[in-house]
Design a protein around this ligand. Sequence first.
Ligand code: ADP
Ligand code: MG
Length: 720
Amino acid sequence: MKISDIKTPVSSISGIGPQLTKTLAKVNIFTVGDLLQYYPRDYEDRTRKVTFGERGQNGKVHTVAQVVRQEWFGYGRMKTLKLIVTDGTGTAELICFNRAFLEKSLVPGTIITVTGQFFVKYGALQSTAFEAIKHTEYTESEPGKTLDLTSISPKESGVIPIYPLTEGLTQKAISKAITQALSQYAFGIEDEIPAEIIQKRGLLSKQDAIRLIHRPTEISQAAAARQTLAFEELFQFQSVIAKRVFERKGASGVLVSSAPQRESDQKVVDLKTFTDSLSPLQLDFFNSLPFPLTDDQRSVIYEMDAEIDRAYTERERILNQLDRGLPPPTTPSFTMARLLQGDVGSGKTLVSLFLCLRIISWKGQCAFMAPTEILARQHAETTAKLLAPLGVRTAFLTGNLRAKGRNPLLKALKEGDIDIVVGTHALFSSNVEYKDMELAVIDEQHRFGVLQRQAILEKGRVTNRGMTFEPNLLMMSATPIPQSLALTVFGDLDISSIHTMPAGRKPVTTYLVKEGNEINAYEAVRKELDQGHQAYFVYPAIDSDENIKSAERAFTHLRDHIYPQYKCALVHSKVDEEEQVQILNAFRDGAIQVLAATTVIEVGVDVPNATCMVIEQADRFGMAQLHQLRGRVGRGTAQSYCFLIYSKDITETGIERMKALRQSTDGFFIAEQDLKTRGPGELNGTVQAGELGFRIADLSRDMGIMQDARIDALSFISEK
Ligand code: ADP
Ligand code: MG
């Protein structure tokens, strides 16, 4: 039986009454299967006696002692019992806060196993958090009677599991319940990993793993059990992804995906090969650009063009076969599904436009989605400006569009009179129909949830002569995801990266400024303003109490006291959307020099003349976010500056992150640092660990297991 199929209610276990049943429900334990999968969060190693004389790590003691005498201190309700005990190597004091009842049971002469942490206080070894277990076999012993305490073994030795608790749940109660469950149900729990993989990876059987995770006799057994259970969990997770890859690309896709995707896999394509590969429309665009493409841009366009071509030709071939009465293929038709990552300003948008042109050359339509209205509008403007001269029909669709403009637009989309439509998630609302949407581009993908991603693909999914065809998918992100993590969350996507920045860009110089020294940053910014440049000031909140700096208050201060001679403006999400656009346009046109803002400007704002980014209370932002914000400057040819003003009470890791940002402008490096200092679960915006919902696997320590599980899952699925 699978462990999850053990559906017997916990209340049927002897010793679990209605009260405990209710408490267990609070931690989602309803069945015996749930109970057996309620794993310890830690273990305490009590395999060895540790005397007062020895004291282990963190003052840990596990010894056998005799009560010498009782004392009291404090008065009234504060009156507290103190037990003076000795274990033959030393004397210690047990402070019995709220445990006055021990006076009766632990009378002088009693022999007890004492376990706890002991510290030297006022010259004596003391513990306030200790466990005492009576050795009843010695209750007769008299005070003063000599016993060799050092030769008595402590009780409850071994490895003690420590379970996560909730109100009303004690270690004792949960431990007892699990012991019962193990003795009645642990036999016959089935393995959920194929036998050959268990053998290959040297894992335990599920049954042993469950027993040992709860009742190890040595720490190493608990570790082995954990390894097995984490592997199982990640194997199941990766199997789901492998299945998706298989469904989309067939066995060959699975093989490709199981190879580690390294940067070196991305080949440099020489200019001639590249231009020869372009469609006439793409070539027109290429020739219209005032600058050369970077090597990385060329190679990712080349790679993805080939995939789009393959998607089209494969579909043609399949439809042809069907027309001739041949049976449909057993594997689905190939489509591109890629994540394109590259720093802000590395030219991803441009790459996506090349791909749109490829699709249009094949007579398909493209949908280009951005997370905010402002960003969508900017993309729509750029797209129209760059592509309309080539005869490409572009449109802009948002939720705000009134029926008068909207209806003709929807009609045109449906009839195929629009080649590229740019918009927000409105692009995929139910009343929008496409004639033939073949490519979905998603900008700043980390801002969209997994479900939205799915909805988009469904829009472009068509069934033709009984076969289902998916649209091509290009997701873009300026928040690079470390390779290891990308495999987990986007395991069904291929990844392309742009590492090189367009020529002529100077890396932004970053300064760290401690709170209280803001004026230094303000003065440095003034020099830039005096030279005709512009500046952003970013704050963690719109309006707030004293502790958090608010954009509103800071703006007034900047306008009235710091830069009265310059035009200052304030923008945040509570400002009316039309007004936001007006302010940003005025800033872009140079009519405003100082823009105070919240993170609304994080994406999409492109003002090359802005050379200063001041971020106050920078330690309140995530690293990826700071990097993204910094990417707003350094977009022109002039040297740009970023000032990270950090709080006086910044933490040590906080300072480490600030230093990493000062040291590097490489988003990939920063993402790795972010992962190191925070653990992947917290990676800003990219993954919510809870979303993945692992019971035991922990992405910050189990990446190695994840890789192994992925390889095994992919080969297992493709061999089936
Ligand atoms: P991203 O989307 O990666 O942030 P964009 O595609 O918006 O970057 O490019 C940022 C700016 O750089 C745009 O103004 C774009 O026209 C310009 N750009 C893109 N590629 C190049 C290049 N190869 N050389 C010079 N400028 C480029
Ligand atoms: Mg962009």
